[in-house]
Design a binder for this molecule. Structure first.
Ligand code: HEM
Length: 129
């Protein structure tokens, strides 16, 4: 919802419109990550959130809670938006192009037909949209 709010036509917080829903969704993520930051401060861990909570510069300055929360939301958006659109586009192309679908379902060491279809994938121009 936070990502979709970027396409909102009415860019003012009026329920139940997209911009308002985007702000609500962002609030939800802020609350979620604020809690996670509280849990991880001062604890060991090699995951990104723990590392951001522990990192400090040569003067001992740490990232603020707000910085970490914003970075984690950015990370989630970067990961979610790209992965979902890639998976959706891939599914669309596979559904619209049965010969690619059957080639994808076969192992790369499968039949000669599958291998030659896979080779033709070096050009995307013939794919149906
Ligand atoms: C199909 C999947 C993905 C594609 C096509 C993709 C593509 C990209 C591209 C092109 C950029 C550079 C944007 C720019 O600087 O102009 C980028 C940056 C970034 N991506 Fe991805 N990404 C994908 C998945 C992910 C995932 C799964 C994560 C996190 C788990 C992620 C996290 C990030 C982050 C944090 C940046 C910003 C890095 C920085 O500027 O410091 N991405 N991605």
């Amino acid at each position: 919802m936070t990502t979709r709010a970027g396409n909102a036509i009415i860019r003012t917080s009026v329920p139940p419109f997209t911009w308002w829903r985007g702000l609500k969704a962002r609030e939800y993520l802020e609350n979620y990550f604020e809690q996670r930051v509280k849990e991880r401060r001062g604890k060991d861990g090699s995951d990104l959130l723990s590392v951001l909570c522990q990192s400090e510069d040569e003067d001992g300055n740490k990232f603020s809670d707000e910085d970490i929360v914003n970075h984690m939301i950015f990370l989630m958006m970067a990961a979610h938006d790209t992965s979902t659109s890639t998976a959706t586009t891939m599914s669309h192309y596979l559904a619209a192009n049965p010969e690619c679908r059957s080639a994808a379902a076969m192992s790369p060491t499968g039949s000669a037909t599958a291998r030659s279809t896979s080779r033709r994938w070096t050009s995307w121009n013939h794919l149906t949209w």
